[in-house]
Design a protein around this ligand. Structure first.
Ligand SMILES: Cc1cc2nc3c(=O)[nH]c(=O)nc-3n(C[C@H](O)[C@H](O)[C@H](O)COP(=O)(O)OP(=O)(O)OC[C@H]3O[C@@H](n4cnc5c(N)ncnc54)[C@H](O)[C@@H]3O)c2cc1C
Length: 154
């Protein structure tokens, strides 16, 4: 059996493995990335919608979750990284639907919790049914309103 000598072995060439390899390529370190498929990016990465989290999902973050911390810290890194890699990046904001009073209550709680933790939280506002319709005429009038995030950090 052949033995592979390397200082760092990265198993899997998805977005994470390749990003780690790219980062390590800035240092004097011997890195090997192995991928079991015919090419990189054939795992979950190929299914991604390529959305950068900065909308409603931020409101679901919890301070005590390590994942929330990492995702939040990564958001401002995305645009410069895309520029560096020559990948188009567009800030388009987000429009969420609020179906009923129960969802409205939940949205209020999440927003209050997120704002305690993230002072520069992108503007997430409740919008009423009429405003929702002006922004998106195809949504049924049964919904009581929506949540709008501009996508711009305050
Ligand atoms: C439908 C869908 C939509 C999504 N949309 C978004 C989105 O809009 N925005 C967002 O941020 N995230 C999105 N995600 C999540 C995102 O795609 C994943 O979190 C991300 O791609 C995971 O990357 P990864 O490198 O950890 O895993 P993968 O991309 O799965 O990479 C793992 C790699 O390891 C390889 N591998 C496994 N075992 C071995 C082995 N033993 N030896 C060698 N290679 C091995 C696999 O072949 C694979 O290439 C979406 C996910 C799905 C399914």
């Amino acid at each position: 059996m052949n033995r592979l000598g390397t200082e760092v072995l990265i198993i899997g060439g998805g977005i994470i493995g390749t990003a780690v390899a790219r980062e390590l390529s800035k240092y004097k370190v011997d890195v090997t990335l192995v991928e079991k498929e015919a090419d990189c990016g054939w795992g979950s990465t190929k299914a991604s919608f390529t959305l950068v989290c900065q909308g409603c999902d931020c409101l679901e973050f919890r301070k005590e979750y390590q994942r929330s911390k990492y995702v939040w810290e990564s958001i401002p890194l995305m645009e410069p990284l895309c520029r560096e890699l020559d990948v188009p990046f567009k800030t388009i904001g987000e429009l969420g639907i609020i179906r009923n009073d129960e969802q409205l209550l939940k949205f209020g709680k999440m927003k209050a919790r997120a704002e305690q933790w993230i002072p520069n939280l992108a503007a997430h506002q409740f919008i009423d049914r009429d405003t929702l319709h002006q922004m998106e005429p195809n949504v049924t009038r049964e919904f009581i309103g929506g949540e709008h995030g501009s996508g711009e950090a305050k």
